[in-house]
Design a protein around this ligand. Sequence first.
Ligand code: DX5
Ligand code: ZN
Length: 222
Amino acid sequence: MKHLIAPSLLAADFANLQRDIEMVNSSDADWFHVDVMDGVFVPNISFGFPVMEAIKKHATKPLDVHLMIVNPDQYIERFAAAGASVITVHYEACTHLHRTVQAIHAAGCKAGVALNPHTPVTLLKDILADLDLVLVMSVNPGFGGQKFIPNTLHKLRELKAMAATLNPELIIEVDGGVDIHNLGDLIQAGATAFVAGNAIFAATSPKEMISELKNLNAGLLK
Ligand code: DX5
Ligand code: ZN
């Protein structure tokens, strides 16, 4: 299957959000990546329900919601009601991760778990079969426009090998510092979905950049 592209609206122009959403609607992108930050789990605050509901009103593609918040269990149903298709929680924020994943499925959404750069993928061994997606953070979460952490490649390879036996359908998503230069290596390492903020919205033509990212064929690169 061709890889998925999820532009991160964190890098959009919030004063022209409808314009930027419509650009993504008409592009080759697959999902909208929606970054929710609470100022506690990460040292930044982004936006919450009113903005997400406004996004949902205009978006014609699924919302891939990345919760960088403590106690996500409290809000699963509200994020589902606000239009999330995928809800991803952080491994580091969930004491009872299995319960949280069940709650996401019960709310009718795909369930994802995100790993901070220091969290080993092996910690997911006993939950991997229950997940739809794993989000491997390739920067420390909290801000767009950061530099890609190269150790991510090794984590992706390890996760791909684990998924081959435990959950072959698993979507392996990578988030942070993804651009047209490292995308080929990330595809070859096993990632199947790509979040990109700055690489898309700071490009001369964001829509063309989305097409370039979507149509890059890792097999032809090397
Ligand atoms: C960072 C967020 C990312 C961010 C990616 O905490 O989870 O989704 O928007 O932005 P870029 O692609 O600019 O690194
Ligand atoms: Zn994100």
